[in-house]
Design a protein around this ligand. Structure first.
Ligand SMILES: Cc1cc2nc3c(=O)[nH]c(=O)nc-3n(C[C@H](O)[C@H](O)[C@H](O)COP(=O)(O)OP(=O)(O)OC[C@H]3O[C@@H](n4cnc5c(N)ncnc54)[C@H](O)[C@@H]3O)c2cc1C
Ligand SMILES: *[C@@H]1O[C@H](CO)[C@@H](O)[C@H](O)[C@H]1NC(C)=O
Ligand SMILES: *[C@@H]1O[C@H](CO)[C@@H](O)[C@H](O)[C@H]1NC(C)=O
Length: 537
């Protein structure tokens, strides 16, 4: 029987894992190496080794309602796309509401996780921790949830950049970037066009002489603002939209790309990637096109080599007098505390069943939470993982055989989805639903249509917010229905900073009446017999 669970890390994923354990009557003990909760959302003035870091200007790329946890909607007055400090505020409110901090040992790092000698029988783990003062301790746990984040190790592929040792300026990884201070009037090259690369290029371009954004692959750029200025991830992300996408993938893909090119032509702007829109997480950036049209940012191809302070690009062009290079070249994950058998082997990806369970364990008592990427917010996905994990720990849900799991992992990787670039990428609603089915909390839409049509329409046609997974089953929350029916109110609330009264009659309809009447008058006068008897001038 699993009772005591070790949770490693108190970022978003750690917090929701503690909560999931409590909900299932398990005893969580969380170890957090820093002095506070929040993980990457806790902004640090100086980057801390072994942890995720963010820059000052980070604004979340998924909207408030989509990133809210399923039984804790973010307060209505918070903006739709929160600053990182507001995300941290939300997490603090969440932790307080469910009394999570009392289960956390701060300033305590997990240094190793080993199977106990009688693991085959008990599935237990020895977890060794180290406190700030160097004191080490080992304790036995029935299960382990790994929530240590995966943006921890900056990937700096200097070998791909010959001549970098001769570079006269300064270079650093986006992990080290805080703000544009000290970059006034500089000539800056940003390499890589992930979400961080785009943000950092825009940030620096406000003070630098010029920013060159070098990209091998290009990217689709989407705005946070959708139709009518509503959060883009709330529009076109319903269950019906997902169904359409499954039925007509290439048609929907073409439609989305056409729409994006209407905002600005990706080819003209030098951004157009080879891959289709759904193959890779897009760049969420509202400012980049405007920085390009004003010439503050220039999009460039891949870098071939460095030569003194000159950067040579693969198309033969050069950028001279470069002062600063920012490598926005991504991250490598690492779980240094896990036994080597559970680590990714050299050159291979870590293989996890549904991105959570290592398939080869004789007892499923170790799980990784939050190790995914998606077109939507990570929080609801990670929360569903944690709910599923605790059910598996308790034996209420079982995993298939190792062979079946391996097969499914194979199916999940590139072979089946040749257009999918990232092996950790999941399909938002299908992934949520597949785990929800295991937990027993997938909303039954037919039943809802019969019993509560108003709610059913929101679930079907509205954004797929996480509250949908609290309507029934284990972990059911009485406030879920109301949370769904009021989600648009919480979206509108932060906009109400200057109330503009609604016009009495809609001007557009009045205008169209005037147009119709005048057209009718014109037609009448044209065809009127009187016209033929017009007196000569
Ligand atoms: C710049 C940036 C912007 C992002 N923006 C978004 C966004 O807009 N929307 C979105 O959904 N996602 C976004 N993400 C993804 C983000 O990673 C996830 O949303 C989520 O916050 C990850 O939480 P986590 O708990 O997995 O990891 P983290 O937040 O990294 O937390 C891990 C915690 O574990 C602790 N820890 C690590 N190792 C140990 C150890 N050995 N012992 C004890 N404690 C340990 C760390 O101190 C840390 O507190 C962004 C990521 C980055 C880098
Ligand atoms: C490290 O990460 C980069 C980019 O994120 C990737 O291309 C590379 O293969 C990774 N290396 C390893 C050893 O996983
Ligand atoms: C938001 O940005 C983070 C960090 O770059 C990325 O991992 C995530 O996939 C992005 N989310 C969306 C919805 O694009």
């Amino acid at each position: 029987m699993v009772q005591k669970v070790a949770v490693i890390g108190a970022g978003v994923c750690g917090l929701i894992s503690i909560k999931a354990c409590l909900d299932e009557g398990l005893e969580p003990t969380c170890f957090e190496s820093s002095h506070e909760i929040g993980g990457l959302w806790r902004f640090k003035d100086e980057p801390e080794p072994g942890r995720a870091n963010i820059y000052q200007s980070v604004v979340i790329n998924s909207s408030k309602e989509m990133m809210s946890l399923s039984d804790f909607p973010a307060p209505a007055e918070l903006p739709n796309n929160m600053h990182h400090s507001e995300v941290l505020l939300y997490l603090r409110l969440y932790a307080q509401a469910f009394r999570l901090p009392q289960h956390i040992h701060f300033k305590t790092s997990v240094v190793s996780v080993r199977q106990t000698p009688d693991f085959a029988a008990t599935g237990q783990w020895e977890v060794e921790t180290e406190r700030r003062d160097g004191r080490r301790q080992t304790a036995v746990f029935d299960a382990v949830m790994v929530c240590s984040g995966h943006f921890t190790k900056p990937h700096l592929p200097l070998r791909n950049f010959p001549g970098i040792e001769s570079f006269k300026g300064r270079y650093f990884h986006s992990w080290d970037y805080r703000n544009a201070e000290g970059l006034q009037g500089k000539r800056v090259v940003v390499i890589g066009i992930g979400n961080s690369g785009g943000d950092i290029a825009v940030d620096i371009s406000r003070v630098a002489e010029k920013v060159f954004l070098s990209t091998r692959s290009g990217a689709w750029v989407v705005s946070r603002l959708g139709q009518g200025g509503l959060p883009a991830d709330l529009v076109g992300t319903s269950r019906v939209d997902a169904m359409m996408q499954r039925l007509f993938p290439s048609w929907i893909n073409r439609m989305v790309e056409k729409k994006l090119d209407e905002a600005f032509d990706h080819r003209l702007y030098g951004l157009k990637p080879k891959h289709g829109y759904f193959a890779q997480i897009p760049l969420v950036n509202d400012d980049l096109p405007a920085r390009i049209i004003s010439g503050r940012v220039q999009v460039k191809p891949n870098v071939k080599e460095f030569c003194g302070s000159t950067v040579v690009l693969v198309d033969g062009t050069i950028i001279d007098k470069v002062d600063i290079v920012v490598f926005s070249t991504g991250y490598n994950y690492s779980f240094p505390f896990l036994p080597s058998a559970l680590q990714a082997q050299r050159g291979e990806q870590l293989r996890l069943y549904k991105h959570v369970f290592p398939p080869a364990l004789t007892k499923p008592t170790l799980a990784v939470v939050g190790f995914i990427q998606s077109f939507g917010a990570i929080n609801p996905l990670a929360e569903m993982q944690a709910r599923w994990v605790t059910r598996v720990f308790k034996g209420l849900t079982t995993l298939p055989s190792e062979e079946t799991m391996m097969k499914e992992i194979e199916k999940d990787t590139a072979a089946i989805h040749p257009r999918k670039c990232n092996p950790h990428q999941v399909n938002y609603i299908p992934y949520l639903d597949s785990l929800a089915e295991q937990v027993g909390v997938k909303p039954n839409i037919l039943w809802l249509l019969l019993t509560d049509p108003r709610l059913a329409l929101q679930v079907l046609l509205g954004p797929c917010t996480s509250y949908q997974y609290r309507l029934t089953g284990p972990g059911q929350w009485a406030g879920a229905r109301q949370a769904i029916l009021t989600q648009w109110q919480r979206v509108h609330q932060p906009f109400r900073t200057r109330v503009v009264p609604e016009p009495e009659t809609r001007p557009s309809s009045r205008r169209s009446i005037i147009v119709i009447v005048s057209c009718a008058a014109l037609l009448c006068s044209f065809f009127s017999p009187l016209a033929f008897f017009r007196p000569p001038q």
